[in-house]
Ligand binder design. Structure first.
Ligand code: AMP
Ligand code: GLY
Length: 422
């Protein structure tokens, strides 16, 4: 099979790394890819959102399967465009990707399917939103309805914070049209986990769960990021709870999506809060998490490629996936200034030494290769250092040993990834 992965982050490097090992693979492309991905795939200089050019490339090169990594091309309709061009694509249609693209859509699906979630209300009028906040009080969560690069959610501890979020989103339009409507929610309290399922429109297979570290600083301090590290398995989310959430969250969502005529194919990512009243849905994403993908794929024993193909073809019913018993920890290294203003251009050394620590894989995200082969920082999240070992402590020690082998004075990472599991 000839496969085209779309994206350029650590998640896509891990997807390419896993697909490259498939005996079914004859050729792997990644658009646009990055210097790490270039070691396992042929990178093609087409942007992840340049859908017409991607379709043309897939047709010209007789691609058998397209695997989009990030949400933006899915929400923009890459799956529909590929299928219209005769190319199978393992991701949700544009209609089904509304599960990530619209908070309101997700809450309506959750309510219709009986999925436990925070109480919510939607507002298109800023004054009505402010009145609601004054009536309800804090803590409360204010969300821009549309995509806002992971920044459109404010967990407000005080009424003033919530009112400021409404001003920013609805009056000052800091997220453009994404903030034209807001969803205001009850604030859930508990341990947050991410559950992943591979879906074929009707059936779903568990891919596992992980815990992300969203804030930039140790001890969950500072601004939100795309994710500074992850680990699996999560002790507070054992296998029986994972399976219960497949039945209470993932499968009801699939059923409701099919009923609405927009069957969900691809990877469904449920952000869950483990509250005193049980697990509740925070949000859906329509793709793998980054860096959750890296830790999950490090535990996968089965061949990823036929699994993605079966999801695409609606044939997951008789499919089975095997996993190793290892624990996996991923530490994200970011460029100084991330998430506000990451500095570009600093040189990164010691990558080979890091990758030679037993159990370690170093995935690239925002990197750039110079003609002389040196690697520079070229983004916010720059590397994911991922390690497996028999337990979380071992995986964590190996990941940090590899981090310490990397010579990059202008980079930083959190030092407490996986600490909650110990
Ligand atoms: P994201 O949508 O990924 O940017 O995530 C926003 C973050 O806000 C989540 O990961 C949660 O930590 C938090 N969050 C979102 N909704 C709620 C809620 N109803 N209660 C508490 N925390 C929430
Ligand atoms: N790490 C969180 C996400 O990918 O959305």
């Amino acid at each position: 099979m000839k496969v085209l992965v779309v994206g350029s982050g650590g998640r896509e490097h891990a997807l390419c790394w896993a697909l490259a090992g498939s005996p079914l693979l004859t050729k792997l492309y990644c658009a646009p890819g990055n210097p790490g991905i270039a070691t396992v795939a042929e990178c093609v200089n087409i942007g992840a959102l340049d859908i017409p050019t991607l379709v043309g490339f897939a047709q010209d090169n007789a691609i058998d399967l397209v695997v989009p990594g990030p949400e933006a091309p899915l929400v923009a309709g890459i799956t529909d465009a590929m299928e219209a061009g005769g190319i199978p694509c393992c991701g949700p249609s544009r209609a089904a990707a509304q599960l990530e693209g619209s908070k309101t859509f997700t809450k309506e699906i959750a309510d219709a399917a009986g999925i436990p979630t925070a109480l919510w209300e939607r507002f298109e009028d800023a004054d009505a939103a402010r009145q609601f906040v004054r009536r309800r009080g804090a803590p409360v969560v204010v969300k821009a309805d549309g995509l806002a690069a992971g920044k459109g959610v404010v967990v407000a501890a005080t009424e003033d914070e919530a009112l400021a979020a409404i001003d920013a989103m609805m009056d000052r339009k800091v997220f453009g049209d994404s903030g034209a409507a807001v969803v205001i929610e009850e604030c859930l309290v508990g341990e947050e986990v991410s559950l992943f399922a591979l879906c074929d429109g009707e059936d779903a297979l568990l891919l596992g769960s992980a815990q992300d570290h969203k804030r930039v600083g140790d001890g969950d301090t500072g601004p939100n990021t795309g994710g500074m590290g992850a680990y699996t398995p999560v002790p507070s989310f054992p296998a029986d709870l994972e399976h219960a959430c497949m039945d209470k969250v993932i499968r009801p969502a699939l059923k409701e999506m099919a009923r609405k005529g927009m069957p969900f194919r691809g990877i469904l990512f449920a952000g869950l809060m483990l509250t005193e009243e049980g697990a509740k849905l925070i949000e859906f994403n329509v793709r793998f998490g980054d860096p959750e993908c890296q830790v999950l794929l490090a535990r996968m024993k089965s061949d990823l490629l036929p699994a993605l193909q079966a999801a695409c073809d609606g044939e997951l019913r008789d499919f089975d996936l095997r996993w190793n018993d290892l624990a996996s920890v991923a530490v994200v290294m970011a460029a100084r200034g991330y998430p506000e203003a990451p500095q570009r251009g600093s040189v990164i050394r010691g990558l080979d030494a890091a990758a030679s620590v037993p159990g370690v894989s170093v995935f690239h995200a925002g990197t750039e290769a110079k003609p002389d082969g040196s690697i520079l920082a070229a983004g916010g999240r720059v590397l994911t250092v991922c390690a497996t070992a028999p337990d979380i402590k071992g995986a964590r020690d190996a990941a940090y040993a590899a981090v310490d082998a990397i010579v990059w004075p202008d980079g930083f990472c959190r030092r407490d990834i996986g600490a909650r599991a110990l």
